[in-house]
Ligand binder design. Sequence first.
Ligand code: 3HC
Length: 297
Amino acid sequence: MSNLPFPRIAVIGAGQMGAGIAQVCATAGCHVTVRDVDAEQAAKGKRAIEASTAKLVEKGKLTAGDRDAALARISFTDALGAAAQADLVIEAIVEDLEAKRALWRELDELAPPSSVFATNTSSLKVSDQAEVTDRPDRFLGLHFFNPVPLMGLVEVVSTAATDPGIVASATNFVRTLGKEPVLARDTAGFIVNVLLIPYLLDAIRLLERGGGTIADIDAAMKLGAGYPMGPFTLLDTVGLDTVLRTTRALFAEFGEPRLQAPAMLERLVVAGRLGRKSGKGFYDWTVVPPVAVEREK
Ligand code: 3HC
């Protein structure tokens, strides 16, 4: 415990990413406070952590004792002040710049000056958040990937103002989570999403043009290109709302036509078909195995 760079972690937001981040931090030995104002979301996050750790025990990747110890290190709160008392605060709320800036302003008042702030943004510039705090030197991006307990990468994003010592501690911290850090520049989308999002959008446009069915495009990329999941399974895993917000942020930054959101993506999000987390997206996840919804209506 004592050799952890950040022994006390606060995770703000108990959604898919927040729950996953809390889980991997607690499994590594950190004490984690998860803050969510929505009690239902907090309960959902707690259940996701329990289900994920149960699966890892079942697969022999975690002992039952280590699982119990990790779960005992996680607590939930709706009070930001309680969460702010941490060595590292990781933000995983909605991908909305103004919401994130408002959160950081509040946290900057509540947290001790020593606390380090990290955003898990997928697409927004870290500096646009850091600038509203009095600690831009202790502010960076830590971008995790979905599903967090299984994915081996974290993008570590520093701004021109981030203290190199903080970057070193954060990089070390990522390794203690059993993940590989890569250093990325503070440009929208960092490394992975700049490459991944256009590919996912192209898959949707291919479907819109009738270039293949959901099931066939997924099978094609899995078996023909060696991807671990096809693009539509991945879209549903990441969450279509998250993909749409990320797409809009990338379009705002780079303005390339290829980064414009396809109409089908917009329609599915408006219809509440967000993917795995809502039960339906390109696939119907309420049945086993999930079935591709080849017609929208
Ligand atoms: N915790 C524990 N287990 C989980 C889990 C979780 N959160 N999520 C899924 N699993 C389990 C499943 O239940 C399944 O269990 P089963 O075998 O008993 O059915 C198992 O993991 C899936 O195992 P598979 O044998 O199908 O696959 P692998 O274990 O070999 O790989 C994977 C799973 C690592 C998720 C792989 O499919 C993969 O790499 N997919 C691509 C994911 C990806 O690209 N993520 C990045 C998205 S981009 C992003 O997040 C950035 C954001 O900013 C947009």
